[in-house]
Design a protein around this ligand. Structure first.
Ligand code: NAD
Ligand code: DAU
Length: 334
């Protein structure tokens, strides 16, 4: 078994590959892994083992068709994580999101068809559904993305569907809720706040903090992806939820507690443009069809995540502003 994993120098893909290499997925203990990653600002080679007998790392772009046609032959499956992933960045500069998330996905799938790859999982997101006031989204919910990031992911899902329907590519799509855990880039809510609180800085809470996200530990997400890879049906979408709905204010309060920081460090800043109010997934399908359950209790996973950032300052400190106040990325568009 030989798999190619795109975007695995990032947060979720690196968790997936570290677990494959550690023998954490039954049947894949001997799998060889090729990682294809462009190493954008979000990719960090150090998120993966430097040397491993079953790992090959290729720095490259999923938009590069000749590279893909050269690389893919001999691979049995592709797990596609590579993307521009941060909503705030997509508000300021959307074109890279369209290039990588839409064009890159199309190029990758085209190369998979041409080289005869047998199985593909396209990793997508609940944000494609938009925002929901009450209840939760099933896989049949219409796509109503609100940010350029979400729109680019929704478009990539449609491209993926078309490659299944038109070319018969054996492909499934996952749509997951907000992930948390170690190795997440410090631009995202939880690591941003943890690293700021650990260095005595204020945290920028958008709006009144009442927006709700559904949180899932990254290891549970990756286990779900592996289930879909091995047992998911072609042409199907699988929601992956955590069931842990929290307002951003609740998350902030938990992090203040875990970091032993003063509530005075919370700074209410102008809201994100087009800020989705609530995400909530119905993941009955993956639970009933593939036997998936989330295993990491949220409060335990959050405490372990804070401990990881506390114990691994060298991983994040070079980027963290060395204790200085930095304007939030979205400051100029507010
Ligand atoms: P991330 O930003 O941490 O990592 C993205 C990786 O993709 C980086 O290593 C980057 O270098 C690489 N990359 C970017 N453009 C590339 C290109 N053109 N060619 C090759 N590599 C490229 O992202 P993440 O949070 O790990 O998310 C991974 C996937 O999961 C994304 O598709 C995202 O949409 C999806 N997702 C994320 C979450 C979440 O909460 N983070 C939830 C659901 C789904
Ligand atoms: O739902 C899945 C999505 O979750 C993924 O598809 C995305 O790749 C991932 O980035 C994440 O998107 P969000 O926009 O929900 O995540 P983010 O961490 O940027 O923000 C979470 C919430 O916290 C959101 O309501 C905005 C708020 N926030 C965020 C930051 C960075 C703040 O209040 N302050 C901040 O500084």
């Amino acid at each position: 078994m030989r798999i190619l994993v795109t975007g695995a120098a990032g947060f979720i893909g690196s968790e997936y590959v570290r677990t494959v290499l550690a023998g954490g997925y039954p049947g894949f203990e001997d799998a060889d892994v090729t990682v294809l990653d462009r190493l954008t600002y979000a990719g960090n080679r150090a998120n993966l083992p430097g040397r491993h007998p079953r790992l090959a790392f290729v720095r490259g772009d999923i938009c590069d068709l000749p590279l893909l046609l050269d690389l893919l032959p001999g691979h049995d499956a592709v797990v596609h994580f590579a993307a521009e992933s941060h909503v705030d960045r997509s508000l300021e500069a959307a074109s890279e999101f369209i290039r990588t998330n839409v064009g890159g996905t199309q190029t990758l799938l085209e190369a998979c068809v041409r080289t005869g790859v047998q199985r593909v999982v396209h990793v997508s997101t609940d944000e494609t559904y938009g925002s929901i006031e009450q209840g939760s989204w099933t896989e049949e919910w219409p796509l109503q993305p609100n940010s350029p990031y979400a729109a680019s992911k929704a478009a990539s899902d449609l491209v993926a569907r078309a490659y299944w329907r038109t070319h018969g590519l054996d492909l499934s799509i996952t749509r997951c809720s907000n992930n948390y855990g170690p190795y997440q880039h410090i631009e995202k809510l939880i690591p941003n706040f943890v690293t700021r609180l650990l260095t005595g800085r204020t945290v920028p809470l958008y709006g009144d903090g009442s927006n709700i996200r559904e949180w899932l530990h990254v290891s549970d997400h990756c286990r779900a992806i592996q289930l879909v890879l091995t047992r998911g049906r072609a042409g199907e979408i699988y929601n992956v939820g955590g069931g842990n709905e929290r307002t951003n204010r609740q998350i902030t309060d938990s992090l203040l507690d875990l970091c032993g920081a003063s509530p005075d460090l919370v700074r209410h800043v102008a809201d994100r443009k087009g800020h989705d109010m609530r995400y909530a997934l119905d993941d009955t399908k993956i639970r009933e069809e593939l036997g998936y359950t989330a295993t990491v209790p949220f409060e335990e996973g959050l405490a372990a995540t804070v401990a990881w950032y506390r114990d691994n300052r060298s991983w994040w400190q070079p980027d963290a502003g060395a204790g200085e106040e930095r304007p939030a990325l979205t400051g100029s568009v507010r």
